[in-house]
Write a protein that binds this ligand. Structure first.
Ligand SMILES: [Zn+2]
Ligand SMILES: [Zn+2]
Length: 144
């Protein structure tokens, strides 16, 4: 199933507040917290009654609840909430390689699990963001 293509701008101050107050979260926002204000829905394509969802930050410990941004609607009609939720307990076990893949979505998400979602925009997004990082790095700027 293709990934939902919804993108929204996150209110950074709310997110930072939620980060430092989340249970078992960091006491201060991590230095490398480079949230670029926009998040992409990580669910597979879903109907309009289902909220979009984007992972904001995992907890310090991998199995603790993570911080998610949920939203519905668009523009001025958008409603959102920032909450910590448990991880989806599903695992994909590949017996041939004896490997286990944990679902990267939250508990009680709409199907499919993360390994069933293909991201049509992944490559497109990887390009521009990667090149922006280079120009944002002061060491890469041309010297006057
Ligand atoms: Zn969505
Ligand atoms: Zn799942």
């Amino acid at each position: 199933m293709l990934q939902c293509t919804a993108v929204t701008r996150v209110p950074l101050s709310e997110v930072l507040t939620a980060l430092v107050t989340m249970p078992h979260g960091p006491d201060t926002p991590p230095d490398d917290f480079t949230l670029d204000h926009y998040v992409l829905c990580e669910l597979g394509e879903h109907d309009a009654r289902t909220e979009h969802a984007a992972l904001l930050s995992p907890a310090e410990l991998p199995h603790r609840p993570a911080l998610w941004f949920f939203w519905a609607g668009d523009g001025t009609d958008r409603v959102h909430r920032i909450v910590t939720v448990l991880w989806c307990p599903a695992v994909l076990r590949t017996f041939a390689t004896d490997s286990v893949l944990q679902c990267a979505l939250f508990d009680r998400h709409t199907p499919p699990h993360s390994w069933g979602v293909t991201d049509p925009l992944g490559d497109l997004i990887a390009g521009p963001v990667g090149s922006d990082d280079v120009t944002d790095d002061p060491r890469e700027r041309p010297q006057p």
